[in-house]
Design a protein around this ligand. Structure first.
Ligand SMILES: CC(C)(COP(=O)(O)OP(=O)(O)OC[C@H]1O[C@@H](n2cnc3c(N)ncnc32)[C@H](O)[C@@H]1OP(=O)(O)O)[C@@H](O)C(=O)NCCC(=O)NCCS
Length: 196
């Protein structure tokens, strides 16, 4: 694939199926492997939704929700066959002038421990602001201590948040424990420049 063949544009309703496929394939290789959305989450307005296309193929996506002067990356993904070619960075660079024009001061994102994603945020000017834990109760874990409404078994699975102070104890007890980091980038005058 030639880098120059990839075109960035706004998301269109007819992108729906390939958007879901691209996100699912990208996330399959991460700690979010079972965070599969069968349909794209409708963003609350105002929002910014971009895709990267190579001919007919959707190869990257970036969804951002805007809340006053703050914005949050809801989804960013590059198709696994096209990662490491600058598509994610181009999508971000394309979004920044629009965000600043709309009065956004900060852009944040939340991600688990996957090295490529963490490296990508740091390389793109984000710094860590906050961290907490994502904890799963899996079928193989001991469900002692969990209670459920009458008529239901103890949970077969559960997803919970926890404080980093409890990390060691939680990792000993549960198989799936992830550090989740908030990354934040302050938007500056330099981000007003338009890129392709
Ligand atoms: C994180 C993610 C979106 C990055 O997308 P990407 O298109 O691969 O990102 P880029 O190509 O811009 O940057 C990735 C690397 O490629 C390198 N790169 C950038 N432009 C390049 C180019 N033109 N040619 C070759 N390599 C390039 C960068 O130096 C970067 O290196 P790094 O790993 O040291 O940071 C992608 O890895 C992904 O989809 N991951 C799965 C989903 C996910 O984790 N999402 C975020 C968490 S919610």
């Amino acid at each position: 694939m030639n880098h120059a063949d990839v075109v960035l544009r706004g998301y269109r309703p007819q992108d729906a199926a390939s958007w879901v496929r691209c996100r699912a394939l990208a996330f399959l290789e991460t700690q979010y492997y079972d965070d599969v959305h069968p349909v794209r989450t409708q963003l609350s307005e105002p929002s910014l939704a971009l895709v990267a296309v190579d001919g007919e193929e959707l190869v990257g996506l970036l969804d951002i929700e805007i809340d006053g002067t703050e914005a949050t990356i809801d989804s960013i993904a590059t198709h696994p066959d096209h990662q490491g070619r600058g598509i994610g960075t181009r999508l971000l660079q394309h979004a920044l002038p629009t965000l600043t024009a709309r009065g956004v001061h900060t852009l944040d994102a939340w991600t688990r421990e996957d090295a490529p994603a963490n490296r990508w945020y740091v390389r793109n000017g984000f710094t860590e602001r906050y961290r907490y834990l994502h904890v799963y109760l899996s079928a193989q874990d001991d469900a002692a201590g969990f209670t459920t409404p009458e008529g239901l078994s103890t949970p077969v699975g559960a997803f919970m948040h926890a404080a980093v102070e409890d990390e060691a104890a939680l990792r000993q007890r549960y198989r799936r424990v992830y550090l989740c980091r908030q990354y934040l980038r302050e938007l500056t005058a330099a981000d007003r420049r338009t890129t392709s």
